[in-house]
Design a protein around this ligand. Sequence first.
Ligand SMILES: Nc1ncnc2c1ncn2[C@@H]1O[C@H](COP(=O)(O)OP(=O)(O)OP(=O)(O)O)[C@@H](O)[C@H]1O
Ligand SMILES: [Mg+2]
Length: 339
Amino acid sequence: MAYIFFYSTAFSLISYSLALFDPLTIGLGAAAVLGAWNSDFLKDQTYCRYKECCNERSIPANVNALKTKLVDLYGQHIVKHQLIPALASHLEKRRDSRKSLVISFHGTPGTGKNMVADMIANSIYAEGLRSRFVHKFMGRAEYPSEEHSASYGYKIHDRVKKALEECPRSLFIFDEVDKMPKGAFEALTSIVDYRSFANGVDFSQAIFIFLSNTAGVEISTHLGNLLLKGILRENTKLGDFEKILEKAAYNLDGGLSKSSLIEAHVIDHFIPFLPLEKSHIYQCLNAEFARYDMEPDQKVLDEIVGNVVTYDPIHGVFAKSGCKKLDKKVAVVAYQRGR
Ligand SMILES: Nc1ncnc2c1ncn2[C@@H]1O[C@H](COP(=O)(O)OP(=O)(O)OP(=O)(O)O)[C@@H](O)[C@H]1O
Ligand SMILES: [Mg+2]
């Protein structure tokens, strides 16, 4: 409605003023209006001031905001180190970009994969996660059956293509990729591979993020072994894990299993989310209590950690479900204390 209103008002004002001029001025004026119209200038200055559009105003792509948000992510130095340059280079050089950016997050539960994907959406789009250019696909709920894998593949392909026709700067988050059937991404490979334009659709500016637990155990085992060798957690590097992730994603069950996305080397970054240790769980707990403006004593924190956290069977130092579930425990304490 607002859109129609703005355009009709703009047009009636223009026609009214045109009536006051001679034919030459009218011609020049009409050409200018037509040019402005074609370059979306009018739309940017009217409709898009109030509604979300596929433009700079609605998609500020603020990498510095992401840097600030990532301060709240604990125990994930590799994520912080890799993500910012990966996103910044894609977003800043987007006009020269030949391929969409494809990132795969791997790690055990509760290590921050969704948290970071949400932070990315909230930093790129003014409307954040609510933006109509952010598309979330839920593995287990939306794509449950193995036998329909090919039809899921075409549905995903069509949804992505349609979204990119509307806005090339779209973000696609595929959650629980390990719970999706093998083959679900086959149709997608043709979009994300090096082929930035096809049938008038620009595929080069999009961002795809895959989230999975695949290789989570392998990451924990490898990190544990590095720690035993005396290497500090903070000194481990992407290179220590990258090959493990790619191999596990390809060989284990799930949406990326034997997938052409991996065969065609379309995934630009495999990013490990390290398993969290006790100290990180305390950090998460303190952050959660801070949301209620609470600073509980050590006894309360120890009790929650003692009751909720269980550790991996091999090294015994990594929290099996990371910082997951802590919010509910903190909410109970806050409620009991009248917060
Ligand atoms: N590394 C972290 N630093 C700070 N908070 C964290 C971290 N990891 C998890 N959390 C907290 O735990 C909640 C759950 O984490 P999140 O949903 O991101 O886990 P996930 O890695 O996606 O797990 P899953 O594999 O089970 O889906 C987050 O909303 C956040 O509050
Ligand atoms: Mg998750």
